[in-house]
Design a protein around this ligand. Structure first.
Ligand SMILES: *Cc1c(COP(=O)(O)O)cnc(C)c1O
Length: 365
């Protein structure tokens, strides 16, 4: 409903729709691919499975953005502002989704885009996107944190705009997800569960909730609950992780750029930051697909894995409204889905007898 209303009321690009809350000027022209206004679907079967049947659990489907992740919200603003400032080229380090998004919005704007990736650690769909959108893709024999250090140096020494989340417009654009949540629910939820990698998104959500709380559009700020992968949990462990490891490549980060702001968001909102194992991530990834029909990225499932842990220790009160942010689309990383499923795909003879056997129809009827 809300999605339809949004679109009927506003055929405008996302950043123009929310322009009074964003750093736009009369000169800003939105570079848009139809981002934002993603659905917030109820997940009652999942809620029941993790013991939260008396709660209102919602999934924010950010994988439905134009390039398949929430990064488009920040990128539409970052690229629009880069154009406004006269920039002709942008650069980013990426675990995959930032590069896909930067490449697409740069193509739309007609400017050059360079993306620096950790070799062998980017899901195939994301690499394919960056290549097809026509960016200059450079893989380094190193991890994301090293790639970002290099990008900072490039930005300091050459006329190339950095579009990582250290670009101030990225987080401003990402705030729009918060506004949609409040518009959709009519108020803030009690809990906001979100995966944490470079920690920009959790910081952006907190900024958005705070801004609308201050302007009187919602009476409360949710508890911000962030989840890192066990092998890449610098904020939880309170120290830099030199060699982060997790199958959730989008959050495989050992020294988050927005560490301080994320810490502030968690503390100020009465939230928490915890870590989840790869096994717990995979479990949530499967449950989302099987119980709710949602195919998200492994990193996205960290939000649900974390919520399940909170539920198990009784940290979620009855009647609570909870939003889990599903940050990216599962189709970006089909390898992960196939590698971790135990399904037998061996072909059988094309005979009815065999088929009935395989379907197990005799036993189940
Ligand atoms: C970028 C990304 C994250 C992590 O977001 P941060 O702002 O870096 O914390 C999580 N999931 C997906 C799918 C992403 O692309």
């Amino acid at each position: 409903m809300a999605k339809i209303e949004h679109q009927l009321r506003s055929p405008k690009p996302l950043i123009e729709h929310y322009r009074q809350y964003l750093p736009l000027t009369e000169k800003t022209v939105a570079v848009s691919l139809g981002e934002g206004f993603t659905p917030l679907v109820a997940a009652p079967r999942l809620a029941q499975h993790i013991g939260l049947e008396q709660c209102d659990l919602r999934l924010k489907l950010e994988g439905l953005n134009p390039t398949g992740s929430f990064k488009d919200r920040g990128m539409t603003l970052a690229i629009s502002k880069a154009i406004e400032a006269g920039s002709r080229a942008v650069v980013c380090a990426s675990t995959g989704n930032t590069s896909a998004s930067a490449a697409a919005y740069s193509a739309k704007a007609g400017i050059k885009c360079y993306v620096i990736l950790p070799a062998g650690k980017v899901a195939l769909g994301k690499l394919a996107q960056a290549i097809l959108y026509g960016s200059k893709v450079i893989q380094i024999d190193g991890n994301f944190d090293q790639a970002l250090d290099l990008v900072r140096d490039v930005g300091e020494n050459f006329p190339v705009t950095i579009v990582n989340s250290i670009n101030p417009f990225r987080l401003e654009g990402q705030k729009t997800a918060t506004f949609e949540v409040i518009d959709w629910l009519g108020q803030s939820p009690d809990f906001l569960c979100i995966p944490v990698g470079n920690a920009g998104n959790i910081s952006a959500y907190f900024r958005g909730f705070k801004q609308w709380h201050e302007s009187g559009k919602t009476s409360k700020i949710p508890r911000m609950c962030g989840f890192q992968a066990e092998g890449a949990a610098p904020i939880v462990r309170d120290c830099i992780v030199e060699n982060p490891e997790t199958l959730a490549t989008a959050i495989r980060i050992g020294n988050p750029a927005s560490w301080k702001e994320a810490r502030h968001a968690i503390d100020q909102s009465g939230g928490q930051i915890d870590m989840v194992s790869d096994a717990e991530i995979l479990e949530a990834y499967n449950l989302l697909a099987r119980l709710e029909g949602v195919f998200c990225e492994p990193a996205s499932a960290a939000s649900v894995a974390g919520l399940a842990k909170m539920a198990a220790r009784g940290a979620v009160q009855k009647g609570a409204t909870i939003v889990c942010v599903l940050t990216g689309n599962g189709l970006k990383d089909p390898d992960c889905a196939l590698k971790h499923s135990r399904v037998d795909l061996k072909p059988v003879e094309p005979r009815l007898e065999k088929l009935i056997d395989c379907m197990g129809l005799k036993e189940s009827l």
